[in-house]
Design a protein around this ligand. Structure first.
Ligand SMILES: Nc1ncnc2c1ncn2[C@@H]1O[C@H](COP(=O)(O)OP(=O)(O)OP(=O)(O)O)[C@@H](O)[C@H]1O
Length: 262
């Protein structure tokens, strides 16, 4: 028997005043896979993330997570089910040391339930677990980095902190909104194995990306949005070979770069 998809998005439409940001977009996501979502600027990528994770209310359509309808639920309820997201514009607690950003999610019911932290509930235990998670995601435990005030961290660490905040809730699915953006080539190169490891650990991922070359290294399947509509989905090769995608991205450096390295 084919397993039920972990996520099912059925006919989501979202309008903002007169703007149709999404028009009847549907897709499914299988457990354990990485789905890439690409599309030119303004094509609706962040809006689909917002509709799925409850940050924006869809005008119509429905979303099922593990077969249960989550349409219209608030973001914190959806997060408690194990469906987490990162933000393109990051929102850490900038004035706190990096590891303290994890203490707050570690107090959540899901973190308690899933045993995301050790010990009998003392703050000190959560601090240790926070540092454990940061270490897992590339903050060297014995360096000063996990203890630095968050607003002094370089973008590469802030992006990792976004993922760490999701990991604190033992996610089943993470939707990453441009985790590669703003990173140097070497930072992106070190992020790729991290994404692969999350997948190997059993986490299903959706990656919204403009960095196509690196996305195509990790994505099992790619969906293309254009003007709020689903243009197509398929393997990276199928997507790049499709003339409609080339046309949508006409003149884009991202696509030229992938073509030139194909
Ligand atoms: N809160 C909002 N109010 C009004 N219009 C919005 C709002 N959010 C998004 N839009 C519009 O919806 C459309 C899709 O935007 P969205 O941010 O989802 O695109 P995107 O593909 O993520 O773009 P980018 O790649 O530039 O991040 C755009 O025309 C945008 O201006």
């Amino acid at each position: 028997m084919t397993p039920a998809p972990i996520l099912q998005v059925d006919g989501i439409t979202k309008t903002f005043g007169g703007i149709i940001a999404l028009n009847n977009v549907s897709f499914t996501l299988n457990e354990g896979e990485i789905l890439g979502i690409i599309g030119p600027n303004g094509s609706g990528k962040t809006t689909i993330v917002n509709c799925v994770t409850g940050f924006v209310k869809a005008s119509s359509g429905r979303v099922l997570f593990r077969g249960r309808p989550i349409t219209g639920k608030p973001p914190h309820k959806i997060a408690q089910l194990g469906l987490l997201r990162t933000f393109q514009i990051m929102r850490p607690y900038y004035s706190l040391p990096a590891y303290k950003n994890l203490v707050i999610p570690l107090f959540s019911p899901r973190a308690r339930r899933t045993g995301g932290w050790r010990g009998g509930g003392k703050l000190g235990d959560r601090n240790t677990v926070g540092i454990d998670i940061l270490e897992e995601i590339g903050f060297e435990r014995d360096s000063y980095v996990p203890y630095k005030i968050t607003n002094t961290l370089p973008t590469g660490y802030l992006k990792r902190l976004e993922l760490a905040r999701c990991l604190a809730l033992k996610p089943e699915l993470i939707i990453c909104d441009e985790v590669f953006s703003g990173l140097s080539m070497s930072e992106i190169a070190s992020m790729v194995p991290l994404i692969e490891r999350l997948q190997m650990d059993g986490i299903t991922l959706v990656m919204i990306e403009h960095r196509l070359r690196e996305l195509f290294q990790v994505a099992n399947r790619v969906m293309v949005l254009n003007f709020g509509e689903k243009l197509m989905e398929g393997s990276a090769e199928e997507v790049m070979a499709d003339p409609r995608v080339r046309e949508a991205y006409f003149g884009s450096e991202a696509v030229e770069e992938v073509m030139n390295h194909a």
